[in-house]
Design a protein around this ligand. Structure first.
Ligand SMILES: Cc1cc2nc3c(=O)[nH]c(=O)nc-3n(C[C@H](O)[C@H](O)[C@H](O)COP(=O)(O)OP(=O)(O)OC[C@H]3O[C@@H](n4cnc5c(N)ncnc54)[C@H](O)[C@@H]3O)c2cc1C
Length: 433
């Protein structure tokens, strides 16, 4: 059995763990280890959007430029019913407040590649595959993390960046539940995501915007993906599967995607000649997955293990939760990875200061760390609230259209520039860094 010692152990090398590691090193803090259970990065690319506030945070750790070079500068989030545009929130309205007045459209796998390459340049290698399976506090007040391989790493701080099913969160016994105690809206809870190409170009399909179609409790998303100029344009599509249709297949085939595109997507993308004079088909499915959405937040983001003998809020030997380990919610607005990256980057300076504090200044640094963690908890709560609001509007839109209740009133509201700008502002995260 091998034992290693470090000051900070980061468990999980997803976008959050990688950002935390880079942020710490950028503070000049090098006594860290980052571990990852998988041998290589997964193919499936979940998050597609990096918003302005996150780009600013990534800029702070020197990673924004490389990402902006690769991604598509999305200019708007558009909403339509199946036939006609309804609303477009343009990100150009953010120009007075940020140097990134757009939403960057880029697959999560590419974001992780860029972050990992940056970390490597900083001479930090990810220890993989190493799966954390145990966590306890030793008699010196340090945390001991044990791994499936038999390895043990002793650390003063363990950063749980190990995703929604976080082992670190479970081993510390921290609860994880919906902050309002409400069950997910079943009409919108079952979702499919896929990356596809289409049989022919469609001038109505935006190449630089996120586009959503809402109809009678159903929605359908298209997002253009960066591709090389000589390859066919690739689009991320996403849609909900109503509960009445039963659970979707785990690897949805092209025929399944096509059926929902025809039933829920914009008519100009339909393969049905009776509604679309120039029918379009999904020509290739690159990957597809199903998932269920729900919201949850960890009861605390900072844990002092076995602290019964000590006064709370003092000293080292701390586990911290960041990213999906700390909070999850519906992918409405594409905010989840964004929040995690900002958790991680903002933690860097605070954690570095705590870890290097002298015994005399440690109580002061304890307060700073705890204030920081409380602020991140608030940010997560407001993001969860925002995603719930977006989901409520999505389901209302469909129902309103169906019953014709207030539909035109809402349409009118979306014509007000202030309302549209407010939507862009809320999505950007600039008011909720
Ligand atoms: C279908 C879908 C679509 C999404 N779309 C968007 C979007 O458009 N925009 C957006 O911002 N967000 C989106 N999200 C959310 C986004 O994918 C997550 O918020 C993001 O991946 C969280 O990053 P993370 O690093 O915290 O966790 P993860 O990405 O889950 O990374 C955790 C890492 O820890 C590793 N790990 C886990 N357990 C252990 C262990 N015991 N030991 C060692 N390593 C371990 C895992 O292998 C993994 O690499 C989406 C999510 C889903 C599911």
């Amino acid at each position: 059995m091998s034992t290693q010692r470090t000051t900070v152990l980061i468990v999980g090398a997803g976008p959050t763990g990688l950002s935390a590691a880079i942020s710490l090193v950028k503070q000049g803090f090098k006594d860290l280890i980052i571990v990852e259970e998988t041998a290589s990065r997964p193919e499936a690319s979940r998050a597609m959007t990096i918003h302005a506030a996150t780009l600013e945070a990534l800029d702070f750790i020197g990673c924004a430029e490389a990402l902006v070079k690769i991604g598509i500068k999305g200019k708007a989030m558009q909403l339509s019913d199946r036939k006609a545009p309804f609303m477009a929130a343009e990100f150009s309205c953010l120009a007075p407040y940020t140097k990134f007045p757009f939403v960057l459209l880029i697959p999560q796998t590419t974001t992780e590649e860029v972050l990992e390459a940056h970390l490597k340049e900083l001479n930090v290698d990810i220890l993989r595959p190493e799966k954390a399976v145990g966590l306890q506090r030793n008699s010196q007040g340090e945390l001991e993390v044990s791994f499936e391989s038999g390895k043990v790493i002793t650390a003063q701080y363990v950063v749980g960046a190990d995703g929604a099913r976080s082992v670190i969160r479970q081993l510390t016994g921290v609860g994880f539940s919906d902050p309002d105690g409400t069950p997910p809206d079943e009409r919108l809870a079952q979702m499919i995501l896929a990356d596809v190409t289409f049989s022919s170009p469609n001038p109505n399909l935006p190449t630089d915007a996120v586009h959503g179609t809402a109809s009678a409790g159903k929605f359908f998303l298209t997002i253009p993906l960066p591709t090389s100029p000589d390859s066919d344009p690739v689009y991320r599509i996403g849609f909900n599967v109503p509960p009445s249709a039963g659970p979707p297949p785990s690897n949805p085939p092209t025929s399944y995607l096509q059926q929902y595109l025809d039933e829920q997507g914009p008519l100009h993308l339909s393969s049905d000649v009776s509604v679309n004079p120039i029918p379009i088909h999904i020509s290739k499915t690159i990957w597809a997955t199903r998932f269920r959405t729900h919201a949850a937040i960890a009861a605390k983001f900072l844990i002092r293990m076995g602290s019964s003998g000590e006064s709370a809020g003092q000293g080292r030997g701390i586990a911290l939760l960041v990213g999906d380990a700390a909070h999850i919610h519906a992918p409405a607005g594409g905010l989840g990875m964004n929040l995690g990256i900002r958790d991680a980057i903002s933690l860097g300076p605070v954690l570095a200061a705590h870890a290097t504090a002298s015994t005399e200044s440690l109580p002061e640094q304890d307060k700073v760390l705890e204030k920081h963690v409380a602020a991140r908890h608030d940010r997560a709560l407001s993001t969860i609230k925002l995603t719930k609001r977006i989901m409520a509007v999505a389901s209302f839109l469909g129902a309103a259209k169906l019953l014709n209740i207030n539909y035109w009133l809402l349409n009118l509201l979306f014509k007000v520039p202030f309302v549209r700008n407010q939507i862009a502002w809320n999505l950007s995260g600039l008011g909720n860094r």
